[in-house]
Structures are given as structure tokens and as C-alpha cells.
Design a binder for this molecule. Structure first.
Ligand SMILES: [Zn+2]
Ligand SMILES: [Zn+2]
Length: 339
């Protein structure tokens, strides 16, 4: 089968490799489409460690073409997605309802082969059949949406709050839609790129701000009665935007660090500002118990991910997706690869 293989840091090769054979409790999935995300770029750049060689790609939808002999609840021909974060079920964290910290997390597309290939295998326990109403392209967003579902659980929005989202990329736009659905009184999206601000406005953002024009804090305070937002969601993963998030939040507010900062990246904070303003700093890691809710939200049409797809590529052209991720040309949001 044809697959994109990450052979070493900054080296991707599209080549023929043997199709995987499903283990007894796994299914063989013919991949229909697989989205590329920031994690794939971090693996490519060596900012997050993968097992190499590995077939990257963890945001895919496809169809079951074969089953291992112990699979009980799936059928050949079913359209499915699979949760790429497979926990062991046996370690301390798995036994204490926090499988996202599993010691043996088998991250698909990171530590085992993923979806930038014609076929991939996945364990039955992480496979979810798709509702009729959900198309393959939208279903490929199940993983990023499931991460936002978990983040929303962490933030625990209360009705009538003001929310600022820093970063208007695909994840920022998904966060925006969840914040609006969560009863926020005002949602502000902060993003330098104009097409992304326009998209946020189409999704219903009450205010968009270009952080490169004028004083950001003054503008945010002006939009929040001089108080600052109840919740600030950082979806960039850079030191300066994390510091900004801490600076913008209202007294007693919550700051969610969601942007995938590279491992080892440092950001500074002023402890006095955290203690005297009683800030709550939250992290959010992958997607425990949120996959089926992500699919439900997508299938119910509560979330529009289609406008986020700006590029559809063949597997042979996958390097174009990496290049666009790096260079972020105007208007680029998300590339889907069709193996
Ligand atoms: Zn992803
Ligand atoms: Zn575990």
C-alpha cells in the first residue's frame, strides 16, 4: 500500500510499504481522508517525539475492510473513525479515570502507524461507527473536536461569561463555536490574520481583535467593562500568547492553556499577578471520554467544520500540507489528505 512515512526528523517519504494486518482485537480500515494538524508538524520538526519510522496522521475517517477474530461489535463495510489515543486500561491512571495520562498510551500516528496511508489498523475499543448524517470529511474532525470537548469540560463554562480566545486557527474556530454554544455573553477572538478574523465573525464571534493593531489589553478591557474576560483560552502555544492570556484574564478568572507549546518551551509569569488576582490556570490534555460526544455534536450539526477545510490533497502531495503548515499562507486553515 502507499503510505507517507516519517523516516527521521524533517524527512517524509511517500512509498510502498506492506499493508498492516489487524491483530485479533483490531480492524483494518481503508482510510478515506486524514486531516493534518499541528501535532503532525511538531513531529516532523522534532518538537515532539515520535517513534520513527512511523506513518503519521491521527485525524482520519474510513471504512472497515477486515476484522480480527475477536472483534465483536463492528462489521466490514462500516464507516468509522478511531480514537488515536488508546489507553492500556491497566495502569494507575487508567484505573483512576484519567486515561489521558496512561503510561502506555498508544498514540496512533505518533507511536504507532496512523492514517496518512491507504490502510491502517485500530483497536476495536477505540473505533466509533459513524452516524448516517455525518460525512467523511466532517468525521475526520472527530479527534480535534474531542480534544475541545475535553477542554470545555475543564473550563466548565457558566452562562453569561465573557470569553477571549487567543488564536483563530482551526482549533481556535472550534473553541469559538463551543464557547458560543456554552452560553457566553460575549466571545472575543484575537487573531492577526484577516481571513481568520473574518471566519470567526461568520461563526458568530461578537468581537474580533487584531493584536498587531493598537494596545491589545486596552481593547479587551474596553469590551469587558474594564474587567477582562472571565475565561481566556490560549490556542497558540507560544510563550508570548500564554503570557498575554494570564495578563488579560479577569480577577478570579480562568486561563486555559490549550495551544500545543513545544516540549521544553518556557513562558514567564508574575506570581503576584496570579495570587492577587486569584487566577485559575488550567491545562487540557488530549481527549478522555470525549470521542462519542464529539461525534454527537458533529452529527447534530451543532458545529460547522467544513469551512475549516481549505486544501484537499493527494497522498503524493502531502509535503505541500507540511509546507503550508509551516508557512501559513493567507487563507490557509486545514489540509485533508486523501490516500
Ligand atoms: Zn490532531
Ligand atoms: Zn493505562
Amino acid at each position: 500500500m502507499k503510505a507517507a512515512v516519517l523516516e527521521a526528523i524533517k524527512r517524509i517519504a511517500v512509498k510502498d510499504i506492506p499493508a498492516p494486518i489487524p491483530k485479533d482485537d483490531e480492524a483494518l480500515i481503508k482510510v478515506k481522508t486524514c486531516g493534518m494538524c499541528g501535532t503532525d508538524l511538531k513531529l516532523y520538526n522534532g518538537q515532539y517525539s515520535a517513534r520513527v519510522p512511523v506513518v503519521p496522521g491521527h485525524e482520519y475517517s474510513g471504512e472497515i475492510v477486515a476484522l480480527g477474530k475477536n472483534v465483536r461489535n463492528l462489521k466490514v463495510g462500516q464507516r468509522v473513525v478511531s480514537d488515536p489515543n488508546e489507553s492500556c486500561g491497566k495502569c494507575y491512571w487508567c484505573r483512576n479515570h484519567q486515561p489521558c495520562f496512561c503510561k502506555e498510551l498508544a498514540a496512533y500516528g505518533v507511536l504507532r502507524d496512523g492514517g496518512f496511508a491507504e490502510y491502517c489498523t485500530a483497536s476495536e475499543k477505540g473505533i466509533y461507527p459513524l452516524p448516517e448524517s455525518l460525512d467523511d470529511e466532517s468525521a475526520a474532525f472527530a479527534e480535534p473536536v474531542s480534544c475541545v470537548v475535553h477542554a470545555v469540560d475543564r473550563v466548565n463554562y457558566r452562562s453569561g461569561e465573557t470569553v477571549a480566545i487567543i488564536g483563530g486557527g482551526p482549533m481556535g474556530q472550534i473553541h469559538l463555536q463551543f464557547a458560543l454554544h456554552s452560553g457566553a455573553r460575549k466571545v472575543i477572538l484575537i487573531e492577526p490574520e484577516e481571513t481568520r478574523r473574518q471566519m470567526a465573525q461568520r461563526f458568530g464571534a461578537h468581537v474580533v481583535i487584531n493584536p498587531k493593531e493598537g494596545d491589545l489589553k486596552e481593547q479587551v478591557l474596553a469590551e469587558t467593562e474594564g474587567l477582562g474576560p472571565d475565561v481566556v483560552v490560549e490556542v497558540v502555544g507560544r510563550a508570548d500568547t500564554i503570557e498575554q492570556a494570564l495578563d488579560l484574564a479577569k480577577r478570579g478568572g480562568r486561563v486555559l492553556i490549550f495551544g500545543f507549546a513545544p516540549e521544553g518551551q518556557k513562558a514567564s509569569m508574575i506570581p503576584f499577578n496570579v495570587l492577587s488576582r486569584e487566577l485559575t490556570i488550567l491545562g487540557s490534555w488530549v481527549n478522555p471520554y470525549s470521542y462519542s460526544r464529539a461525534l454527537d455534536v458533529l452529527a447534530a450539526g451543532k458545529l460547522d467544520v467544513k469551512p475549516l477545510i481549505t486544501n484537499r490533497l493527494k497522498l503524493d502531495d502531502i509535503m505541500q500540507a507540511y509546507t503550508m503548515m509551516m508557512e501559513k499562507p493567507m487563507g490557509f486553515m486545514k489540509a485533508l489528505v486523501f490516500p
